[in-house]
Design a binder for this molecule. Sequence first.
Ligand SMILES: *[C@@H]1O[C@H](CO)[C@@H](O)[C@H](O)[C@H]1NC(C)=O
Ligand SMILES: *[C@@H]1O[C@H](CO)[C@@H](O)[C@H](O)[C@H]1NC(C)=O
Length: 266
Amino acid sequence: MSILNAKPVVLAALAASALVMAVSMAFNDKRLCVVCRVYPVSPEYTVTCSFTCIQIFCQRGSGDPRMCDVCHRHPKRQGQQQCGDECAGVTNVACLICKSRPKDGRHDLCSLTCKKVAMILAPCILEVPRGHTIYDMVEGKFKRAWKNKSSPIPVIKRVFKIIENEEFQKPYELYRVDLAKATGAFGVGVYTSSASNKAYSYCKPNGALLLNKVVLGRVRHVSGWNEVMSCPPGYNSVIFERMDGILNETILYCDDAIRPVFLIIF
Ligand SMILES: *[C@@H]1O[C@H](CO)[C@@H](O)[C@H](O)[C@H]1NC(C)=O
Ligand SMILES: *[C@@H]1O[C@H](CO)[C@@H](O)[C@H](O)[C@H]1NC(C)=O
């Protein structure tokens, strides 16, 4: 009687411990770093465990091409690069560095960790996939800046984000906050245009174009060629609204007044 009574209890206990083992294995497996597969994931490093592993991850993913491009944990769904709808939803808003988390608002990356990785990889260019919100933003800027309505807007083939290192970025930031330092080499200018048709006229066909950020400072507006031959004293840039701006020319006189942000390929 007592033996019969004891049996189910023992079985239940065994079943329970088996269940606990199964659960803890699944949990561990799910949470292991997708690069080293040894240490548990630390949320600071997205799907990896450490700064060492996330650096590897940002350059080559988890190393297993069969796995989802976003979570790197589940196999890709047939005909897709992601495992399911949740991960597919991240792709077009993904951080350009880790590609495994949504980017942070207006920024192109998701976190300070990815920014740190970017600074280590810099200078480099990161391809922005078609369909990504950043791709749409760059394409939108290019199209809106196209001022020659009688000329068709060319088709963009690829977009790259330009990652500069801090050393290269710093003089631009300094110039921006302290325009008094803008005493660059007068006489030699950096020629830019806010009209994409004008910029594009120098790069077709199969060319490339840089979308830059610029510091204009105090602008001298001119209305004809040769009106100024160098940066006019007291000014930082010159704008010539040639043909009502269809051929806008914006001339900067200091290297630190301009930095590239995106590379567009046609
Ligand atoms: C606008 O585009 C047309 C067609 O390509 C071209 O003939 C014309 O010169 C362009 N206008 C300007 C101001 O560039
Ligand atoms: C010409 O370019 C300047 C600076 O790039 C910009 O502020 C201005 O609005 C442009 N003019 C037109 C008509 O687009």
